[in-house]
Design a protein around this ligand. Sequence first.
Ligand code: BTN
Length: 247
Amino acid sequence: MGSRLKVLGSTTSTQDEARALAEDGAPEGTLVIAEEQTGGKGRLGRKWFSPAGKGVWMSLILRPNQPLQDTPQLTLLAGVAVCRAVRKMTGLDAGIKWPNDLLVDRRKICGILLESAAEEEHVRYCIVGIGISVNLDETDYPPELQGVATSLKIASGTTVDRTQLIAAVMVEFETLYELYCSQGFQPIASLWEALSVTLGESVTIKNIYGDEVHGVAAGISAAGALLVDMGDGRQVPVFSGDVELKR
Ligand code: BTN
């Protein structure tokens, strides 16, 4: 993982750079990193704040031999990889909010965006986009993100070496991806559950159309969906949306 590297100064989005490389046949494990993104993309069509020199903005090309419907599993795998790397490097008590937000002190420090290309419902490639807010100060954030987002520096009180963090994430990713390719999703789901701040909580999940599901987050399905216990004996699988933890 990361043995082929493209390092950019400023770019619109590492997702777009990685997609162009993947379409040109770049092998699995190719990593694109940028100092700054001028059009960073988040989930559900949102923008991702990616200022110069302050974060890890990167996209990894994967070529898993699997049906398209299994790709949510890779989002969860990526969350576990980043969470483990952050915990090891900073000692912070980072947890994962389904599906892919890394939280410290209930504030977001990392987001993951998985985009896939498929042919006849079989994956051609996936681009795993990882954005980690590393050395941002409170004043770097635009008003709408203050109090919602945080950074490793704000949470730990020290500057974090971004190169070492990228290497740590790649080591974790490679270990977990090998496990996933050899033993399937179950061991990854168990690791995800152990790091989750969502399971056992009362949640409201809104999807892109504004539909809401209310219940208790009960577990992860075999496909990587969040199972929501509706309180009437039904467990509903939810594949995408935003979780609001009710505490
Ligand atoms: C989210 O939480 O909404 C996902 C954010 C993903 C951001 C990363 S930064 C690197 C890569 N390039 C992008 O444009 N987005 C992802």
